[in-house]
Design a protein. Structure first.
Length: 347
């Protein structure tokens, strides 16, 4: 297996600082990883695709802004997605994947407005003054097919699943950018959930007014909106049922005070059932803070691994060791899967 770590000081980074990125690279190189900059990473991916050796490799991104060399636009036809489609593996930490694109350092950028040929984007700067293209959540969805949400004030740490532990995850964290996995919507298990969080309030949109400053849209939090809708539907359904029961009793000649009691009981029962159904569905609603998605059916143990969806103040020695173990665990899973397929289909 060829283990790669991406790092390029000429390209921007978001939540992962330059110092943290440098420590990560030095540690992984000491464990046998090869460092690739943006240009070399693109050439290496193209070669791996041409030679059909993507499944024999894994890339850790030490910077959480994707370079333009492997992602020229937010779409499933970009180079890094092709690498995943051919069985490559990626480990991503920090800010939302593909939320920002790092343009070539010599490229002159300006925001596009009212351009019918291309999607608009915002031009911002990272903390080091390097330009970034902000593509937002549509970048993540277009490339990976998952929907990230915003949690700025998580109430508790994530809970690791058994499968998450099998990937080598050990430490937990306060999730800031999970993806939505609702109820039975993941019945095909396209996304393996490795760590979950259930925040009280989730905001689905933000309006950027600068790289470091973001302004919240004036909207009802997603969870609060769902709760309000369930109450309205429950109230309407219960009222209709109670009125129907009341009318039926009157028409039957039962016009005693018991009529009101029975109607009230019907109202309470129907409202309780409707609201109960809502909370059952809500209890199945999960936000995945660590997850894995395969893009190549021939190599089911390869794909995109998302961990540590928060802005770390520092990368500890324990985290570095865990990151290396996670990468090794992924390569071992791939080897085991490959050997299993070969034994099932001998020549």
């Amino acid at each position: 297996m060829e283990l790669i770590v991406y790092h390029d000081d000429n390209y921007p980074t978001s939540w992962i600082s330059r110092e943290q990125s440098g420590r990560m690279v030095n540690y992984l190189k000491s464990k046998g990883f090869l460092e690739r900059n943006a240009e070399d990473l693109a050439k290496w991916m193209e070669k791996s695709i041409d030679e059909d050796t993507c499944f024999k490799s894994l890339v850790v991104f030490s910077q959480d802004v994707i370079p333009q060399t492997v992602c020229h636009s937010p779409s499933p036809s970009i180079l890094i997605r092709t690498y995943l489609d051919y069985g490559g593996s990626v480990v991503w930490i920090g800010d939302v994947p593909f939320y920002y694109i790092g343009p070539h350092p010599k490229r002159r950028l300006k925001p596009l407005r009212d351009d019918a040929l291309r999607d608009t984007f915002d031009v911002l700067k990272d903390r080091g003054g390097k330009l970034v293209e902000k593509r937002g959540r549509r970048g993540c969805f277009s490339v990976l097919g998952v929907v990230p949400v915003y949690i700025d004030f998580p109430s508790s740490k994530i809970r690791l699943s058994e499968e998450g532990k099998s990937f080598g995850l050990r430490s937990t964290w306060y999730s800031n950018r999970p993806i939505i996995i609702r109820g039975l919507s993941n019945f095909q298990k396209k996304v393996k959930i490795l760590g979950t969080s259930k925040p009280l309030h989730v905001r689905s949109t933000k309006k950027s007014v600068g790289y470091a400053e973001e302004k919240e849209e004036k909207s009802i939090p997603l969870s609060s909106a769902m709760d309000l809708v369930s109450k309205i539907i429950g109230f309407i359904s219960a009222t209709v049922a109670a009125l129907a029961a009341f009318a039926s009793l009157i028409l039957s000649g039962f016009t005693t005070p018991a009529t009101l009691v029975i109607a009230a009981l019907v109202f309470s029962l129907v409202y309780g059932i409707v609201h109960g159904i809502y909370w059952v569905l809500r209890s199945r609603e999960t936000f995945a803070s660590a997850w894995f998605k395969n893009f190549c059916t021939q190599h089911p143990s390869t794909g995109f691994l998302r961990i540590w969806d928060f802005s770390p103040d520092r990368i500890t020695d324990q985290m570095l060791e865990e990151l290396n173990n996670i990468a090794l665990a992924m390569t071992e899973r791939n080897k085991a899967s490959k050997n299993s397929r070969e034994s099932s289909h001998p020549l």
